[in-house]
Design a protein around this ligand. Structure first.
Ligand SMILES: [Cu+2]
Length: 265
């Protein structure tokens, strides 16, 4: 009787802990930052879904362990009934892991296809070049002849993490538009990482140009960094992603064009 009561209160405590976690937004993201793009939101859902699946498996396993501990303790020196080969149970615990893997695989493949999808005509194309040890952002536009040209360019220098605002190179992009990022390197492998995008991708030197697209849905300034140890000043390879309204972005490009035109004279 006493053990049954202990079992019940342990269960109630577990439920309480679970619901307390679900109430706060930070905890419900399970360690992930606030997502700022459509793709990041999808990835957060995959992450949360995987945790729910893992927790469900955990609850069954913990329940079985607690049940065995409470109700099948050693009570005498008699050997318990000796059984072997319970076919239904053996089939069950062979089949169930396959079902779990199948479900996780399905959602992972579905969301990976969504996140890695590229479109024929992205609204903005940025050539991102990682170099030892900073970043260059080149904004590309097609002219009337369909020829690509650079309409704005930002080149950074290595900075300390506590550098004053403005020291880090800034990648400016409009919200609500499809952004194509093309990754280039002339020296070693770097990795483009903005935690708020819940995404990072390696930058390969040589002919391979990695690409990805995203649509930001929250304006603001977000930290970015290199996520591939690329040399002595790797930790100073910092930048910022600034998501602005389409009007502010148009002004940013117009200002850069005006500046470039002024420089030619
Ligand atoms: Cu790097």
């Amino acid at each position: 009787m006493r053990s049954r009561r202990a079992f019940k209160s342990a269960g109630a405590l577990g439920l309480l802990a679970l619901s307390a976690t679900a109430c706060s937004g930070q905890a419900s993201r399970l360690g992930m930052p606030v997502p700022i793009s459509d793709q990041a939101e999808r990835m957060l859902k995959l992450w949360q879904g995987s945790w729910i699946a893992a927790l469900a498996v955990g609850v069954v396993v913990w329940g079985l362990i607690i049940w065995a501990v409470l109700f099948h303790r050693k009570r005498s020196d008699d050997l318990p009934p000796q059984v072997r080969y319970n076919m239904p149970i053996e089939i069950l615990y062979t089949a169930v892991p396959f079902v779990i893997i199948g479900v996780l695989f399905y959602f992972t493949a579905r969301d990976e296809n969504y996140v890695e999808k590229t479109s024929a005509n992205p609204a903005v194309t940025v050539d991102v070049t990682g170099f030892q040890w900073s970043w260059q952002f080149d904004y590309k536009e097609k002219d009337a002849a369909g020829q690509e040209k650079t309409v704005a360019s930002v080149v950074g220098t290595p900075v300390a993490p506590n550098a004053p605002t403005g020291a880090k190179p800034v990648m400016t992009i409009p919200s609500g538009k499809t952004i194509r990022v093309r990754l280039h390197s002339n020296d070693v492998i770097h990795s483009f990482w903005v935690p708020a995008l819940l995404y990072k991708k390696d930058i390969m030197p040589g002919p391979k140009t990695n690409e990805f697209e995203f649509t930001a849905n929250k304006t603001g300034t977000y930290e970015g960094r290199c996520a591939e140890l690329c040399g002595v000043d790797h930790s100073r390879m910092l930048f910022q992603l600034r998501v602005v309204t389409p009007e502010q972005y148009a002004k940013f490009i117009a200002d850069s064009k005006a500046k470039a035109a002024g420089g030619v004279q």
